[in-house]
Design a protein around this ligand. Structure first.
Ligand SMILES: [Fe+2]
Length: 193
């Protein structure tokens, strides 16, 4: 199908976002299972519930337009989730794995933020004010989830770094990059992505 109007592009964006949300709903339970820190598990579990509401919001918007939400395959989210899943799978140390989960989850959030910002703008331009507010609400939720993950990263990435340091024997010390050893204490709390 050729897209000939902003209206069609808007519908395609909504369908793409809907599929992205469905993929996230499937992927989040696996990330929760893989996470060790309780606050990370809680944060992801809470976001799973929020994500279900976000998907329902798109269903309603599509319904009002007389369109089906299921149509597009979001190949971008598929790639982001696949890469994140592969990254997490390869990490054995639980603290480092938590850091990898946060890295993967933040990529998901940023990808979604890009999509929702676009869809919200199209809705506004096309005069769908209710849809624009609903999409804006989702966009704010995604930003909030990203900020929560940054907050968790500030703490958990440092634990992963400590794990790194603890696992280093004196004989390996000289092989470590000097920049890591010289990490200023004041900067260690600023590792949030
Ligand atoms: Fe979402």
């Amino acid at each position: 199908m050729t897209t000939t109007s902003l209206q069609e592009l808007y519908v395609e964006q909504l369908q793409d976002l809907y599929d992205a949300e469905q993929q996230i709903i499937k992927a989040l339970p696996k990330m929760i299972d893989a996470a060790q820190a309780e606050e990370l598990r809680d944060g992801l579990s809470e976001h799973l519930e929020v994500t279900k509401q976000q998907a329902a919001r798109i269903e309603k918007i599509c319904q009002d337009l007389g369109e089906k939400p299921q149509k597009e395959k979001c190949k971008g989210m598929e790639g982001v989730l696949k890469e994140g899943g592969d990254l997490v799978k390869d990490v054995e140390n639980p603290e480092v794995r938590d850091a990898a989960i946060i890295a993967a989850a933040q990529r998901v959030e940023h990808y979604e933020m890009a999509g929702y910002g676009t869809a919200r703008t199209y809705a506004t331009l096309l005069g769908y004010d209710d849809a624009a507010s609903a999409l804006e609400q989702t966009l704010e939720e995604e930003k909030e989830a990203d900020a929560t993950l940054s907050g968790l990263a500030g703490k958990l990435n440092v634990e992963a770094l400590d794990e790194d340091t603890a696992g280093t024997s004196a004989t390996h010390e000289s092989k470590r990059p000097s920049s890591k050893r010289e990490m200023p204490k004041s900067g260690r709390g600023k590792h949030a992505a």
